[in-house]
Every structure is written in C-alpha cells, then in structure tokens.
Design a protein around this ligand. Structure first.
Ligand SMILES: Cc1cc2nc3c(=O)[nH]c(=O)nc-3n(C[C@H](O)[C@H](O)[C@H](O)COP(=O)(O)OP(=O)(O)OC[C@H]3O[C@@H](n4cnc5c(N)ncnc54)[C@H](O)[C@@H]3O)c2cc1C
Length: 228
C-alpha cells in the first residue's frame, strides 16, 4: 500500500487557529496548487516586505515561477531570500445571522521555503512548458516553444513543496445558538471562476480553427459540478 504523503509539521506550518480546517496532506495541497491560476509570493528584501502575484505551475515536488531576467522578485528569491507562497481558491461567501459570523468558504495553501534558480536548459524548457500547460491544458502541444534567446531572457525558479499547509473551510455559517431564531437570511453564496467564450485575436486567419481544449476542463462553464 502506498505511504500517505504528508508534509512534516514544522513550528511555523502548524495550524493554531481553526486547527481542524488544516491539513498537511500532499493530495489536499497539490489539488489546490493544481486548480489555482495565481500564487502570491511573499518575501522580505532590503527592509521592505513584498507580496507579488504571479503565474506558476506545480511539477512533482516543486512550484515553478518564471519572469524576465530583470524581475525584482525573481532576483531576490534566486538570491536566497526566504519566501512564503500562497494560493487561494474562493468557494463561497457565508452569510450568518450576526455580522460577526460572516465568513468565506475557501481552499488555500501556504508554503515556506527558498527557491532554487533553474539553470539547466532542459529543466527550464520543461518548467516553462508546465506553466503554459497548467494555465491552458493542451496548449503545450500547440504554441511555439521558446527559442534560445527567449530562454536566455527568462528566469525560472523552482520553489520546494516541503514545508507548509493547506486550510479548507466548507459549509454554512457557524452561529451563536441565541441568534438561530433571528429573522435574518443565512446561508452560502457559492462562487466559482467561470471562463467566457474564447474571443479570437483580430489578426487570426480564418483558417485557424478554435482548439477543442478551449471548450472543456478548466474552461467548462460548470467545472467538476462542485458549485451549483
Ligand atoms: C479567502 C480567505 C479569507 C480569509 N479571511 C479571514 C479574515 O477575514 N479573518 C481571519 O481572521 N482569517 C481569515 N482567513 C483565514 C486566515 O487565512 C488564517 O487562517 C487565520 O486568520 C488564522 O491566522 P493565524 O495567523 O492566527 O494562523 P495560525 O493558525 O497561527 O497559522 C499557523 C500556520 O498555519 C497555516 N495556515 C494558517 N492559515 C492558513 C491558510 N489560510 N491556508 C493555509 N495554511 C494556513 C500556516 O502554515 C501558518 O503558518 C481567510 C482565509 C482565506 C483563504
């Protein structure tokens, strides 16, 4: 039987608040990383704390980040700055009878670590392909891959998935019992990210058909049936 895959709990990755919502299970963590489109990288450099949103892709035990060689964040991270990566999926707005107990349903991941610059050309190509494929599954086989010059102009980092946690909230409001009889609507407004119909680029030849991969999976108007 396969060993359960969990991240070891560290002092900073141990959930203290609402501990029961936390998890160090790699399946939970990976599912959030694989569904998200944007991560936020938090790091501290030259006396300032930055939180920078960026695209990413998970491949095995790392999250790949990329950008221009001159990118400030990638420069700081490749210089060894400790960093914190978060991904948040917002699943619903929770309305309670009392103002205090309003909440949100979510799945989120927080990872701690130090990124490794990716210098090997093959790993760099694979990482960039993974980012494209993560955002638009199926696109990797279609788009022109980066040439040598583009590869040189792009910095790629691998952020380890070795310390961190997931946190998940589901369900309706958690009310004070005394409020349950109030005549105030309570419940959840489910939320999900929905893709619109693809809009072809102005200069696109009519001979180029819309690829089938733009009409399913991530771009399905009702993905996974999770939210009604
Ligand atoms: C969309 C969204 C909105 C939120 N809004 C609020 C809000 O308005 N007020 C509020 O108090 N909280 C909110 N939370 C929860 C918030 O992220 C924290 O979990 C909570 O505030 C407890 O923080 P803490 O520093 O006391 O956590 P602690 O339990 O002390 O954190 C210890 C460790 O637990 C892990 N951890 C904590 N939070 C998360 C997380 N969200 N995801 C993954 N790992 C985590 C990390 O490894 C962290 O280092 C929100 C979460 C999300 C995703």
């Amino acid at each position: 039987m396969a060993e359960p895959r969990t991240l070891p709990e560290s002092d900073r990755s141990r959930l203290r608040r609402k501990r029961e919502r936390g998890s160090h299970d790699r399946d939970v963590i990976d599912a959030v990383l694989d569904e998200g489109l944007v991560c936020h990288m938090g790091f501290h450099v030259d006396g300032t704390t930055f939180v920078v949103p960026c695209a990413y892709a998970r491949a095995g035990d790392v999250v790949y980040l990329h950008g221009a060689v001159a990118n400030h964040m990638l420069g700081a991270l490749s210089g060894g700055s400790a960093a914190c990566l978060t991904v948040t999926l917002l699943d619903g707005i929770v309305l309670a009878r009392s103002a205090k107990h309003h909440s949100v349903n979510f799945r989120s991941v927080m990872l701690f670590g130090t990124a490794r610059p990716v210098t090997d050309a093959d790993e760099k190509r694979a990482a960039l392909a993974a980012v494209v494929e993560h955002i638009v599954p199926g696109r990797g086989a279609d788009a022109r891959p980066p040439n040598d010059e583009e590869l040189r102009a792009t910095k790629v980092l691998a952020f380890p998935i070795e310390e961190g946690s997931a946190k998940v909230r589901t369900g309706g409001p958690v009310e004070d019992p005394a409020d349950l009889g109030l005549a105030v609507w309570a419940g959840e407004i489910p939320l999900r990210l929905v893709a619109g119909a693809p809009v072809a680029d102005d200069g696109l030849s009519s001979a180029v058909a819309e690829p089938a991969y733009l009409r399913g999976g991530r771009f399905d108007p009702a993905p996974s049936g999770k939210v009604g």
